[in-house]
Design a protein around this ligand. Structure first.
Ligand SMILES: [Zn+2]
Length: 349
């Protein structure tokens, strides 16, 4: 032993051993880290190979890659996505992902790619991208959230609901999102009879996480009596268009006559006759129509458009999730005065 390690009882020798051990650990973890990163890169390359399409119209594949290109090309891809030029955005994102070596550096570009596929309606591709991100980074909130949207659009609500617990663990407020998905699942549940759905919806009206407008819309198509009983005075504006477009045969005059806002609404629509005391709704457009009728003008009607409270975009038709930013329960009903058209009385249900 003395011949092999002549100075093993020397304190300096112990220090040398410790230094050598530290070096071995450092080198092996460096090699293992590189090996893992390389393995991730190769699996990602194989994965993305599936998405390389010939219909891409930008010819950038031959362009030599430089790290200084990452920022401008990412911004360009983002701009293309917002302009609806999805194929160009996808092409740029794929180019960047293929050329950036480390997963961490291209994680946000993969998120963008997944979101672009989602916007473009390639839901299965979007699902695959978000699953791939989560496979490598399970705590990616953006990927989890968007994966939930993909499953919702695919009507796979059970899978969408599976994204809720991890989001909750990651500190996200998920009550409204969970309620939104549960309501989707309830409304599309073919195992439940209509009375069972109505009963469930009545219960959900007590839960503030559930969207009143969505529940009322469903109730008006399932059970008129329960729907009318559930109309809440201070929430009429959120269902104004639904009430306005109800066919006359679906109106409950017993309930309407007991509420001034509802009376004003249907007086403005021309369903009710004017009485000695004119009801007021405190809704500008409705009260203006009633005033115009008093002045003899019966050609004023209401038009509706829909805004998103989050991204402030406007749309001509209503939505459950904002088509632009995917916000839920963000719909804002905008009523405007218009000249009466000959075709009236269609229902939103
Ligand atoms: Zn929006």
């Amino acid at each position: 032993m003395d011949n092999i390690l002549p100075a093993y009882d020397d304190p300096l020798f112990s220090i040398l051993i410790i230094v050598v051990l530290i070096l071995i650990v450092a080198i092996s973890s460096y090699v293992m880290g590189n090996f893992k990163e390389e393995r991730k890169r190769k699996s990602l390359e194989q994965f993305l190979h599936r998405f390389n399409t010939k219909e891409c119209s930008l010819e950038i594949e031959e362009m030599p890659f430089q790290s200084t290109l990452i920022k401008p090309l990412s911004l360009l891809a983002y701009a293309f996505k917002n302009q609806g030029e999805y194929q160009k955005a996808i092409n740029l994102n794929l180019y960047l992902i293929e050329n950036i070596p480390k997963f961490l550096d291209k994680e946000h570009i993969l998120e963008e790619l997944g979101q672009t596929y989602l916007k473009a309606g390639f839901l299965k591709r979007s699902e695959a991208i978000f699953l791939e991100i989560l496979h490598k980074h399970a705590r990616n909130k953006k990927a989890l959230y968007h994966l939930g949207i993909v499953y919702e659009l695919l009507h796979e609500y059970d899978k969408a609901l599976e994204t809720i617990p991890p989001l909750k663990i990651l500190g996200e407020k998920t009550e409204t999102l969970e309620a939104h998905l549960q309501l989707n699942r309830l409304l599309e549940n073919k195992q439940l009879s209509n009375p069972e759905k109505v009963e469930a919806l009545r219960t959900l009206l007590q839960n503030k996480n559930y969207a009143y407008r969505r529940i009322m819309k469903a109730l008006f198509s399932l059970d008129l009596t329960v729907a009318w009983q559930s109309v809440e005075r201070d929430k009429i504006e959120s269902i104004l268009d639904i009430l306005w477009f109800l066919p006359s045969s679906n109106l409950n005059f017993d309930i309407i006559s007991t509420d001034e806002t509802l009376s004003a609404l249907y007086l403005a629509k021309g369903v009710l006759e004017s009485k000695d005391v004119t009801p007021t709704s405190n809704i500008f457009a409705i009260d203006t129509i009633i005033s115009a009728q008093k002045g003899g003008d019966r050609e004023v009607d209401l038009n509706f458009s829909y805004g998103c409270g989050k991204c402030k975009q406007h749309f001509p038709i209503g939505f459950i999730r904002c088509p632009k930013c995917y916000a839920i329960d963000a719909i804002q009903i905008k009523e405007t005065l218009a000249k009466k058209q000959s075709q009236t009385g269609y229902s939103l249900l």
